[in-house]
Design a protein around this ligand. Structure first.
Ligand code: NAD
Ligand code: UDP
Length: 320
């Protein structure tokens, strides 16, 4: 009998790659999304598959799924700073009410639930690199607080269900992940820079470009999530690529990779933008025997090839 997995946020970037992976592994996939930041074109290739179903539903409202469910992966949430600043209340609701609904569903179905947490729970970190024992440095009332605090609440709620109800839960703390199917205009730095290169616009570095990020290719991320789900480890686990770079140096890499003759222009650093971010992945190495395999050069090329394949209309579409 095939196992059945519910994936929320399935029409988004990570959710759609998870749908592909679970179909490939022989699961039945129930995909759910309200399309607020996602796009059906990310999963339409799966529609003919007999083991794939899609439901257009906002998971901040009561979630009903008929039949058995073995696993739930809760990936529904705006994930780009521009998105969650634009829809702050929905962001808070899907991380809190949405998580509560899915915990309730998991309990009713006796399913194992994995939640998508984030490096943002560490806020603007005072410890570097960040390991799972760090409690974080988050401004609760700042503009990013709507995302960070929803995700922190999500972790607390999940651990409460685990401890109080004995629910099987998993928590992945995802660090900046990129790849094909990111929305070109979602405002995150990789689609932003690649879109600018393709449109022949200046490359916008926020602040002086000395802030750092560590970028993980999507296939590596999905492998880590898959292993964590099937592990017996219920405390949070960082999954990300520890190869750290300043945003200024990254802009130069993109200019050289794309061959654009555009220049870098500097814009204000958004409030509470973390100055440093790099995952300590010792725990994932130890308990999941996992580490990233795709280097930045290879991953960026695969991602740029995807963006280059988009139509002119998609390239010029603006949400913001
Ligand atoms: P995304 O915006 O591409 O995907 C999110 C999906 O969730 C979209 O399809 C959106 O329509 C859907 N969604 C949002 N609110 C919903 C709701 N109330 N009901 C149903 N569907 C809803 O973003 P992503 O990068 O794929 O992120 C997916 C998850 O991973 C998020 O939970 C995010 O917080 C987490 N995450 C991602 C990263 C990253 O680097 N990509 C880093 C940390 C955490
Ligand atoms: N950034 C930038 N130019 C852009 C978009 C983002 O310099 O056009 C910076 C942003 O200020 C942050 C980093 O790139 O320091 C990563 O931003 P992103 O929105 O991708 O994700 P974050 O890690 O901040 O959630």
């Amino acid at each position: 009998m095939k196992k059945r997995v519910l994936i929320t946020g399935a029409a988004g970037f990570l959710g759609s790659h998870l749908c592909d992976r679970f179909i490939k592994e022989g699961y039945r996939v129930v995909a759910m999304d309200n399309l607020i930041t996602g796009d059906l074109k990310n999963i339409e290739h799966l529609f003919p598959h007999e083991d794939f179903e899609f439901y257009n539903h906002d998971v901040s409202n009561y979630v009903h799924v008929a039949g058995d469910v073995d696993y739930i992966l809760h990936f529904a949430s705006p994930a780009s700073p521009i998105d969650y600043l634009k829809i702050p209340i929905q962001t808070l609701k899907v991380g809190s009410l949405g998580t509560h609904n899915l915990l309730g569903l998991a309990k009713a179905k006796n399913a194992r639930l994995l939640i998508a947490s984030t490096s943002e729970i560490y806020g603007d970190p005072l410890v570097h690199p960040q390991d799972e024992s760090y409690y974080g440095n988050v401004n609760t009332i700042g503009p990013r607080g709507v995302y960070d605090e929803a995700k922190r609440f999500q972790e607390s709620m999940t651990m409460a269900y685990h401890r109080f109800h004995g629910l099987e839960t998993r928590i992945v703390r995802i660090f900046n992940t990129y790849g094909p199917r990111m929305r070109l205009n979602d405002g995150r730095v990789i689609p932003a820079f690649m879109g600018q290169a393709l449109r022949g616009e200046d490359i916008t570095v926020f602040g002086d470009g000395s802030q750092t990020r560590s970028f993980c290719y999507v296939d590596d991320q999905v492998e880590g999530i898959y292993r964590l789900l099937l592990s017996d480890y219920s405390d949070p686990v960082n999954i990300g690529n520890p190869n750290e770079i300043t945003i200024g140096d990254f802009a130069e890499e993109i200019i050289s990779m794309t061959g654009t003759d555009q220049k870098v222009v500097y814009r204000d650093l958004p409030q509470d933008d973390p100055l440093k971010r790099r995952p300590d992945i010792s725990l994932a190495k130890k308990i999941l025997d996992w580490e990233p395999k795709v280097g930045r050069e290879e991953g960026m090329k695969l991602t740029y090839d995807y963006f280059k394949s988009l139509s002119t209309a998609e390239l010029n579409k603006r949400d913001h």
